[in-house]
Design a protein around this ligand. Structure first.
Ligand SMILES: Nc1ncnc2c1ncn2[C@@H]1O[C@H](COP(=O)(O)OP(=O)(O)OP(=O)(O)O)[C@@H](O)[C@H]1O
Ligand SMILES: [Mg+2]
Length: 206
């Protein structure tokens, strides 16, 4: 069992690849917990609502960050740690790197503060692998066409460009714990590459 996180722009194809990975692992008899941020717990899902809605008062950037971190602390203690203790796989749609990409890259908050808050919220829990689905903002937006966009998805192109760049910087900073996939490829190709890389990194069931 391993803890694996998927990151990337909204519309990059995280949910699609996560479902594929879950299917492959389940077929091999592994037990898999799928979860997401913000959310994953009852409290976290309520915070998710507050964060993503376009109705009412928007949080200022610092409040936004703190709401994410509150949901994350709850998620780590109530879902991720217990599942790992039971030797389940945990596959998570977004985690602490999203706060660096969106709140530092997108919103311009101080990186060091975010690192400290991430460390506090997660108690330094980190996945065995971060998978970045890298896609141009134009293609990500195209894939979201027709959807009712949430508060982040409604941000402008520059915001999403900064988020994308921050993800790429993060992955470059820490190549042994990040895998960058070119998300413009077909889902079936992405799945094959993901499985090959997990095997290479000894993160696949023996
Ligand atoms: N590799 C791919 N190539 C083309 N289209 C894709 C690919 N992966 C997913 N899609 C399509 O793009 C859209 C967004 O995919 P998906 O919901 O998996 O992205 P996401 O990263 O989970 O987005 P969100 O962050 O909004 O949840 C969907 O309509 C999906 O069918
Ligand atoms: Mg999704």
């Amino acid at each position: 069992m391993h803890f694996i996180v998927f990151e990337g722009l909204d519309g990059a194809g995280k949910s699609t690849l996560i479902e594929g990975l879950k299917r492959e692992l389940t077929t091999l008899g592994e037990s898999v917990v799928l979860t997401r941020e913000p959310g994953g717990t009852e409290l976290g899902e309520k915070i998710r609502e507050l964060l993503l809605t376009k109705d009412g008062e928007s949080p200022v950037a610092r409040a936004e960050l703190l709401l994410y971190e509150a949901a994350r602390a709850q998620h780590c203690d109530k879902v991720i740690e217990p599942a790992l203790a039971k030797k389940h796989w945990v596959i998570c749609d977004r985690f602490s790197a999203s706060s660096i990409a969106f709140q530092a890259g997108g919103r311009g908050l101080d990186r060091k503060t975010i690192d400290q808050l991430n460390s506090f919220a997660t108690q330094d829990l980190a996945p065995a692998l971060w998978v970045l689905l890298d896609l141009t903002t134009a293609e990500a937006m195209r894939r979201m066409q027709g959807r009712d966009l949430d508060r982040f998805e409604s941000e402008n192109k520059d915001f999403h460009e900064r988020v994308r760049q921050r993800y790429l910087d993060l992955a470059k900073e820490n190549q042994q714990s990040w895998l960058v996939l070119d998300a413009s490829r077909k889902p079936s190709e992405l799945m094959l590459e993901l499985m090959a890389k997990l095997k290479e990194r000894k993160l696949w069931p023996a």
